[in-house]
Design a protein around this ligand. Structure first.
Ligand SMILES: [Zn+2]
Ligand SMILES: [Zn+2]
Ligand SMILES: [Zn+2]
Ligand SMILES: [Zn+2]
Length: 198
């Protein structure tokens, strides 16, 4: 990343437009405000330190390649993929939708947690050769990514966690930065392509 200050300002600008106003439900007379505020300051500090570490990791990951292969049918480059909402494991959309014994009860094929799948928003890069991994909120090449479970939009884990911290700070609900759907997110479980493991 060339200019950290610039991107922080940019991100603030993006997030300012994203806050969902939930003030109407909050009463001013909360008595242990001070205590909880101190607690949340500590928690926020820890959270922001982790966000910094994640961004550092992103900066060092531009050269890495991640596998999109479906671990169920072994299709190397599925056109569409879906991720399990509970664990973040992704398989091709066909496998996620197939009414087989394995997913009859909406169970993750890989870790068997019971949950639904959400289709991932994935776009080809400019060359149209590969699917882009760029985070479209900070424009990094992320090491770890997150998917919003109510809409399937994907961004880097650092952006997802930072947005969550900022929303908590303002007692706002977490919304997807792309479509503004109120949604939790889950870390996507992604593996490096095999020639890079070791
Ligand atoms: Zn598959
Ligand atoms: Zn799983
Ligand atoms: Zn990002
Ligand atoms: Zn979305």
């Amino acid at each position: 990343m060339s200019d950290g200050n610039f991107s922080a300002v940019e991100l603030d600008r993006i997030w300012d437009g994203l806050r969902v106003d939930s003030d109407s439900e909050i009463d001013e007379e909360v008595s242990d405000d001070e205590i909880s505020e101190a607690d949340s300051d500590i928690e926020e500090g820890r959270g922001m330190k982790r966000v910094e570490e994640l961004r550092q990791e992103n900066d060092e990951s531009a050269h890495l390649h991640f596998s999109r292969a479906c671990r169920v049918c072994l299709t190397p480059e599925p056109r569409e993929r879906s991720a399990c909402k509970a664990c973040g494991h992704a398989v091709c959309r066909e496998c996620a939708d197939a009414p087989t014994a394995a997913n009859a009860a909406s169970t993750c094929f890989i870790c068997t947690v019971r949950s639904d799948f959400v289709q991932l928003f994935e776009e080809k890069d400019e060359s149209n050769a590969a699917f882009s991994r760029t985070c479209f909120t900070c424009f990094s090449a992320p090491r770890q990514r997150a998917v919003y479970t109510n809409c399937g939009h994907v961004c880097c884990l650092a952006c997802a966690e930072e947005l969550q911290i900022k929303c908590r700070e303002d007692r706002d609900m977490v919304v997807c930065p792309f479509c503004r759907t109120t949604s939790a997110f889950v870390k996507l479980q992604e593996e490096l392509t095999q020639d890079q493991e070791s």
